[in-house]
Write a protein that binds this ligand. Structure first.
Ligand code: NAD
Ligand code: TDX
Length: 339
């Protein structure tokens, strides 16, 4: 039996990177190809332990480069595509929306064309709960797969657009697809521009933590490895053409998250600094994961066990995030908040 070939896009980033590690180790009988442009968010040092594995390959490339992507698919004839590559940070989409349209929409369409041309077994599009817009603070309301798309940021609008293209390729051409829409992830190798790793790194450096607005906005947190297991399940068992929401019922206000990190690290809440709110800041996200649970998925981390493991990981891997903060990202951060 020939080995299955899995193309993972964005496998040098946070979630794609964790997924590559998970797949290379779990499925020695699959060949895992990591296609990544290595933007500011991509980093290959996280794959040092697998770079000589026989079932792991890295390809540097841009998903929006039509000619090269079509050539790559014609040469390799991938069986599955798991598509993570994207511009992913909401704040960056507010200051520079153009690259989000280019990468997230055009890049996805190029991949869909290539997948259609060679005829893949399945194209899994990794999307986000942010495409549904925001919920109010009523704790009994959740996003389901039927919730209408109402994206509020340029980031979420670009992701919703790509979701609609994926759906259209299923309806029009019969391309076998799944779309997953996950809530906020956290865990190892989370880029320190996002709330949780930003807070951990700044607390450890005794720097102020910028909390947007009143800190009462709610996010629904999921450990990245639970997300990886969900994608694995959808890839193998998901019904073609279906959308699956991913979330573990871990709603917290931003202030709760920040305070948990500060107290775990034994520092003072004086580090909290309330700053001007994000433009169009979504109030609350909360996922109803029933459909995915019915497929057989169950998260393994609670927020308490996951955040403790994550904080410990940042303590043990200071070199990684210090090297990231000292680079281009720090300039971005200083321009953004002026502190
Ligand atoms: P990330 O920013 O950490 O990583 C993105 C990766 O994509 C990077 O390695 C980057 O180099 C690569 N990339 C960017 N542009 C590219 C291009 N043109 N061609 C090839 N590679 C390119 O992002 P993440 O947080 O790991 O998110 C991954 C995916 O999951 C995204 O599609 C995002 O929308 C989705 N998602 C993220 C979350 C979250 O909480 N982070 C939640 C739900 C869904
Ligand atoms: O410095 C900050 N202060 C702050 O209060 C930052 C960076 C964020 N926040 C707030 C904004 C949000 O309410 O914390 C919350 C989380 O912010 P982010 O970490 O930027 O994540 P979010 O905007 O919720 O989007 C994330 O989850 C969904 C990912 O970045 C997306 O890629 C994913 O689709």
């Amino acid at each position: 039996m020939t080995k299955k070939k899995i193309l993972v896009t964005g496998g040098a980033g946070f979630i794609g990177g964790n997924f590559v590690q998970y797949m290379v180790k779990k499925y020695p009988n699959y060949d895992i190809y990591n296609l990544d442009l290595l933007t500011y968010a991509g980093d290959l040092t996280k794959h040092r332990d697998i770079e000589t594995n026989e079932n792991y390959y890295f390809i540097k490339g841009d998903i929006s480069d039509r000619e090269k992507i079509i050539q790559l698919f014609e040469k390799e004839k991938f069986d599955y595509v798991v598509h993570f590559a994207a511009e992913s940070h909401v704040d960056r989409s507010i200051t520079n929306p153009g690259i989000f349209v280019h990468t997230n929409i055009i890049g996805t369409q190029v991949l869909l064309d290539a997948a259609k041309q060679v005829g893949v077994i399945k194209f899994i599009h990794v999307s986000t709960d942010e495409v549904y817009g925001e919920l109010d603070f009523d704790p009994n309301t959740f996003f389901t797969e039927e919730t209408p798309l109402q994206p509020n940021s340029p980031y979420s609008a670009s992701k919703a657009s790509s979701d609609l293209l994926v759906r259209a390729y299923y309806e029009t051409y019969g391309l076998p697809v799944n779309i997953t829409r996950c809530s906020n992830n956290y865990g190892p190798y989370h880029f320190p521009e996002k709330l949780i790793p930003l807070t951990i790194s700044r607390v450890l450096n005794e720097q102020k933590i910028p909390v947007y607005g009143d800190g009462k906005n709610i996010r629904d947190w999921l450990h990245v490895l639970d997300h990886c297991a969900a994608i694995d399940l959808v890839m193998h068992e998901g019904i073609k053409g279906e959308i699956y929401n991913v979330g573990g019922h871990n709603e917290r206000t931003n202030l709760e998250v920040v305070k948990t990190i500060i107290s775990t690290l034994g520092k003072s809440e004086d580090l909290i600094e309330f700053v001007t709110d994000r433009l169009g800041h979504d109030k609350r996200y909360a996922i109803d994961p029933t459909k995915l649970e019915n497929l057989g998925w169950k998260p393994t981390y609670t927020f308490e066990t996951g955040i403790a493991q994550t904080i410990q990981w940042y303590l043990d891997n200071k070199e990684w995030w210090e090297q990231i903060i000292s680079g281009e990202y720090r300039n971005y951060f200083e321009n953004q908040y002026n502190i």
